[in-house]
Design a binder for this molecule. Structure first.
Ligand code: ADP
Ligand code: ZN
Length: 217
């Protein structure tokens, strides 16, 4: 496969909602042959299938709260069971210290990429975001076609939790429950912060530089 340099690292993408985790995750997973695991996408798939887990998660997601740790941890551990020999790119997990501790018991984390973005940028980004339910692609009405997915031709939709009130709540949730993970991983010496407010290309370039360094270590 041309352009793909497979790595066996486990990498976490951390950052507030709208920091660009999903967009970067797709690019990084492709470039480094990593398994992209997004708990948000997994939960939305459960909801679409109408499973018990999907039904239980729905209310939390639509009000901008976190789905309880026990549900998330059970879901992700089951996903890990089905993985082959491939590095993982975790997008949206862990989101609490309890989730990080559960992960530590299960897998070695090689690097944590923390995408930083100011709050006003987050609002504009999320409220103009459109997503492709078919392939997980993320777009923005300011620069992309608002209706059709460039990657797979699927029809784009706006997520029900991408409205100003819910975004405000998601940001509060992030600050109180997820932001402590920045210190958690900094203390382990594996945190790398990247400015996520400049452009997708700039962010990707910075992340690639970090991963290349780790790969050659
Ligand atoms: P964003 O990062 O833009 O908020 P996600 O798709 O990652 O979007 O998450 C959407 C919602 O799914 C969250 O607001 C939360 O309710 C739920 N969720 C996703 N991942 C987790 C997790 N690891 N722990 C708890 N809830 C989660
Ligand atoms: Zn698509």
């Amino acid at each position: 496969m041309e352009g793909v340099s497979e790595v066996l690292m486990n990498i976490i993408l951390l950052g507030a909602p709208g920091a660009g985790k999903g967009t970067q995750a797709i690019k990084i997973a492709k470039a480094y042959g990593l398994q992209h695991i997004s708990t948000g996408d997994m939960l939305r798939a459960e909801m679409a299938k109408g499973t018990e887990l999907g039904r239980r998660a729905q209310g939390y997601m639509q009000s901008g709260q976190l789905v309880p740790d026990d549900l998330i941890i059970a879901m992700i551990m089951e996903r890990f069971d089905g993985l082959g020999q491939k590095g993982m790119l975790l997008d949206g997990f862990p989101r609490t210290v309890a989730q990080a501790e559960a992960l530590d018991k299960r897998a070695k984390v090689d690097a944590v990429i923390n995408l930083t973005v100011p709050e006003d940028v987050i609002m504009t980004r999320i409220c103009g975001r459109r997503v492709c339910p078919a392939c997980g692609g993320t777009y923005h009405i300011s620069r992309d076609d608002p209706k059709i997915c460039r990657a797979c031709g699927g029809e784009l939709v706006q997520r029900p939790d991408d409205n100003p009130e819910t975004v405000k709540k998601r940001l509060d949730t992030y600050l109180s429950q997820t932001a402590p993970l920045v210190d958690y991983y900094a203390a382990r010496g594996i945190l790398h912060s990247v400015d996520g407010s400049i452009s997708i290309e700039y962010g990707f370039m910075k992340i690639s530089a970090i991963l290349e360094k780790l790969k050659n270590r």
